[in-house]
Design a protein around this ligand. Structure first.
Ligand code: GSH
Length: 225
């Protein structure tokens, strides 16, 4: 059987695509990838024709594995965890696993103000942060509280949120790039966590792909200019 195929958006811009791509790499699951450019007709309405052809939601990421078509980042990562349980994408302890799932779900369903105001743009570096709304400030405070608490608790187990890297880190990796892009000052423990993400081999491979992409999406590149 041919390997699974992960359909993704532009590596520079598609935060949801980055997440399962990292988790699949970390799990050691071989897969093909196909990039469908965002930004053209239908973008923002889940109506890009090339995406609709491979994803029932009209959004990427989507994973095809045999007859199976999974069209959501977290669902793809849960599938990866079931395919490769030995990879440790979630903590082995059941209680910690529940907390990791809580943190992953919080990202999947939340941080809307940050996601809107800080569109992922890996290659971009703003010199100073724009003035953030109260909603964005509240999201940042919650992010730092969550990361800071987990790092304090798991400092001895490794540099990631639960010590070893896993689905929670895949979920939050795009947030680390947002802080870097939009010149957000983070508490030291959170900055150290961002550095651990930036040093990760799979993250660096994704980042290299983002930097090599020629396409520009003006609506994102011109935020705050
Ligand atoms: N809940 C979905 C969100 C996926 C999503 O919003 N993907 C964006 C790209 S990052 C997309 O496909 N946008 C296409 C559009 O808006 O038309 C997931 O977790 O996979």
């Amino acid at each position: 059987m041919s390997p699974p195929c992960l359909f993704i958006g532009n590596k520079n811009y598609s935060s949801w695509s980055m997440r399962p791509w990292l988790a699949l790499k970390w799990a050691g699951i071989a897969f093909e990838e196909r990039m469908i450019p965002l930004g053209g007709p239908g973008y923002g309405k889940s109506r890009i024709a090339e995406i609709l052809a491979v994803s029932d939601s009209g959004r990427v990421p989507a994973l095809h594995a045999g007859e199976l078509r999974i069209h959501d980042s977290l669902a793809i990562m849960e599938w990866a965890n079931e395919q490769a349980p030995e990879a440790g994408l979630y903590p082995r302890d059941a209680g910690l696993r529940a907390l990791a799932r809580s943190a992953a779900a919080e990202m999947h369903a939340g941080f809307a103000a940050m996601r809107n105001a800080m569109s992922m743009n890996i290659r971009r570096r703003m010199k100073t942060a724009p003035a953030w709304s109260d909603e964005v400030k509240a999201d940042l405070a919650r992010l730092f509280e969550l990361w800071g608490g987990l790092r304090a608790r798991h400092a001895n187990g490794g540099p990631f949120l639960f010590g070893a890297r896993g689905i929670v880190d895949a979920m939050y990796a795009p947030m680390a790039t947002r802080l870097r892009t939009y010149a957000v000052e983070a508490p030291a423990a959170c900055q150290a966590y961002c550095e651990a993400i930036f040093a990760d081999d799979a993250f660096r491979a994704w980042e290299a792909g983002a930097l090599a992409e020629p396409q520009r999406i003006a609506s994102t590149d011109e935020l705050y200019t």
